[in-house]
Ligand binder design. Structure first.
Ligand SMILES: Nc1ncnc2c1ncn2[C@@H]1O[C@H](COP(=O)(O)OP(=O)(O)O)[C@@H](O)[C@H]1O
Ligand SMILES: [Mg+2]
Length: 263
């Protein structure tokens, strides 16, 4: 199976205007900003996993997990520490190959791809937000955000122009040249959200995105993450053990000992 070449990077003129909802004070569970699904139309799963099993030595991290993620949906993967949440995210995102089972993106089997194809798929179709410290510390915010499109072949000047527009859209105007160490934790996570969305991904994966933040800052980051992802038309998977994070998502599953016990 071959992966189509990456889409051309977005033209500067297509860079996002500030998503309108970001200006207001939306609350968790507020109505989606995007167009409503046509009534009665079946929502095909964008990302699906069937029968995922993953072991590390004698530890069974995933013991047979099925997940479906619809287009535009935000899914919270909840559960206690060690239950398999991060392993599930890594398998869904094509970072870790499962021992058994299959992940499909828009019907394409990700496991059938070569390492190179899978890495290209991640760059072109996925965005990632991790707990902390995933920005390159020596690069200013705008260059951190410009990296993903540049890795896909966008000219540096255009990638930087898009990056600046994303930073302004996410409330970081004036901070474009600051390095991560010169930003607050919440600002750094906004930079990470901009970096995840700049390539126009199909799915954004976030692993404990507020894990290093206080409650109020965490809520602010979740608002920006969920609203900007929705406005960009991407689906979202958020791994968290925190109810205050999960309530921003449209659906949740609960993982215990490598199994989905509630959804
Ligand atoms: N790379 C690894 N090597 C060995 N064990 C691992 C590895 N990654 C995860 N595990 C184990 O798999 C289980 C699930 O881990 P993880 O998916 O990180 O849980 P969670 O994200 O819910 O805290 C744990 O018992 C953990 O110790
Ligand atoms: Mg984890």
């Amino acid at each position: 199976m071959t992966v189509p070449p990456p889409p051309p990077p977005p033209a500067a003129s297509l860079a996002p205007a500030p998503p309108p909802a970001l200006v207001g004070h939306a609350t968790p569970g507020a109505a989606p900003v995007g167009p409503p699904a046509s009534p009665g139309a079946p929502r095909a799963a964008r990302l699906s996993a069937r029968g995922l099993v993953k072991t590390f030595g004698t530890t069974t991290a995933l013991a047979g997990v099925d997940v479906d993620l619809a287009a535009g949906e935000s899914l919270a993967v909840m559960g206690p520490s060690g239950s398999g949440k991060s392993t599930l995210l890594h398998c869904l995102a094509g970072i870790l190959p499962p021992d058994h089972g299959e992940v499909t993106l828009e019907g394409r089997a990700v496991g059938a791809l070569s390492d190179r194809e899978r890495s290209l798929l991640r760059r072109a179709h996925y965005g990632f937000v991790f707990q902390f410290g995933q920005l390159l510390p020596e690069l200013p915010a705008e260059e951190n955000v410009a990296l993903p499109p540049m890795l896909l072949g966008a000219p540096r000047a255009r990638a930087l122009a898009d990056a600046r527009q994303w930073l302004v859209a996410l409330g970081l105007g004036g901070m474009e040249r600051r390095r991560p160490g010169e930003l607050s934790g919440g600002q750094a996570q906004r930079v990470a959200v901009a970096r995840a969305l700049i390539t126009g991904p199909d799915v954004v994966f976030a692993d404990e995105p507020t894990g290093a933040l206080d409650q109020a800052t965490g809520a602010d980051v979740m608002r920006v993450l969920t609203e900007a992802t929705r406005a960009a038309g991407a689906s979202l998977v958020v791994v968290t053990h925190d109810e205050n994070v999960a309530r921003w998502c449209s659906r949740r599953i609960e993982v215990r000992d490598g199994r989905v016990v509630a959804s």
